[in-house]
Design a protein around this ligand. Structure first.
Ligand SMILES: Nc1ncnc2c1ncn2[C@@H]1O[C@H](COP(=O)(O)OP(=O)(O)O)[C@@H](O)[C@H]1O
Ligand SMILES: O=P(O)(O)OC[C@H]1O[C@](O)(COP(=O)(O)O)[C@@H](O)[C@@H]1O
Length: 303
């Protein structure tokens, strides 16, 4: 079974304005409220790919109920812990460019945190747990360490998609996959990255530190896949970007979903890129039909 863990879900409030006037009155041209948070996005795309999975994490308040209802309508299996504070609302402002303003997240009490860890007792060897996104500050920076310990004790594999020291500390525990984008990779090492060669150099460092597979996404430039066997590049198909929020999460869903069904790393890579691009070219996350349409357009070559 695949589990996604979203410690900090969100309603993504996507707001489009013609011309952003800072300090002035702006009127929305279009707006859209979507359930968000990285693990939840992964679950929604896994469902599109008909890969069985369960979404776990914290939800709270009216925003939490909105997300729960959406997931129920999409028949996404979930087991969230309800907390007393409200789930955050993240603003995604489209004004020719994309500007994001993400909330810090609700207060999670110690008893609520403990109850979530108890939920993880369902894990078995062979399960894959996808740990995605930021950690609400009140949970403490070491909460991912606790979740990783639970995964290791049960024999489950884990994937981690987060940033900074939480990602660094996870590497020696041999995550099945890490997927920084090229900006996050540079930030992780405190460097600026200009070339594909530099991405490979720093991506390899994640492998050396313990990750089993490394995917570095590069938005419209596609992605690099770095493994013990070699380094591979995939192009991204061309298209009109509608909303790239969730493209990275879709890529993880495509990769892990296809890998769990086929065990084929190259097909998983192809599926990851197709899923990411299908989301970038959609208002909401990718649907199955669009992913299948893009899949043959992805060319993979060894670097
Ligand atoms: N402008 C784009 N054109 C085509 N594909 C895209 C575009 N933006 C994202 N994608 C696809 O989604 C994947 C992940 O996107 P990226 O923006 O790098 O991740 P993140 O959302 O984590 O920052 C890319 O590797 C690519 O396949
Ligand atoms: O937990 P964080 O780091 O604040 O990220 C949460 C945000 O990331 C998203 O999951 C999108 O992530 P990606 O664009 O990286 O795939 C949004 O749905 C959500 O608003």
């Amino acid at each position: 079974m695949i589990y996604t863990v979203t410690l900090n879900p969100s309603i993504d409030y996507i707001v489009e304005v013609e011309d952003l006037r800072l300090g002035g009155l702006n009127r929305m041209k279009r707006d859209l409220k979507l359930p968000g948070g990285k693990g939840i996005n992964v679950s929604r795309v896994l469902n599109q790919l008909e890969v069985q999975n369960k979404a776990i994490g914290f939800l709270g308040g009216f925003t939490g109920r909105y997300i729960e209802e959406w997931l129920r309508k999409e028949s996404i299996s979930s087991d969230f812990l309800f907390v007393s504070d409200d789930t955050r609302i993240n603003i995604k402002l489209k004004h020719g460019d994309e500007t994001e303003i993400n909330g810090a997240g609700p207060v999670i009490r110690d008893t609520e945190a403990e109850a979530l860890l108890q939920k993880m007792a369902v894990l078995n060897a062979g399960d894959v747990v996808i740990l995605s996104g930021s950690v609400p500050p009140s949970l403490g920076a070491d909460f991912y360490d606790k979740l990783i310990s639970v995964c290791k004790e049960s024999g489950a594999e884990f994937v981690i998609d987060t940033t900074g020291s939480a990602l660094k500390k996870a590497l020696p525990h041999q995550p099945l996959l890490v997927k920084p984008n090229h900006h996050e990779l540079a930030e992780l090492f405190g460097v600026t990255i200009q070339t594909k060669e530099e991405i490979i150099t720093y991506g390899r460092k994640l492998l050396e530190a313990g990750a089993k597979h490394v995917l570095v996404s590069m938005a419209g430039e596609g992605a690099l896949f770095i493994t013990e066997q070699g380094v591979y590049h995939a192009n991204a198909p061309k298209g009109t970007v509608k909303n790239s929020v969730g493209a990275g999460d879709s890529m993880i869903a495509g990769f892990v979903g296809t890998f769990s069904l086929t065990g084929d790393l190259m097909e998983a890579f192809r599926s990851g890129v197709a899923s990411g691009s299908a989301t970038a070219f959609s208002d909401d996350l990718a649907d199955r039909e669009f992913i299948e349409q893009l899949r043959p357009l992805i060319n993979i070559s060894e670097v």
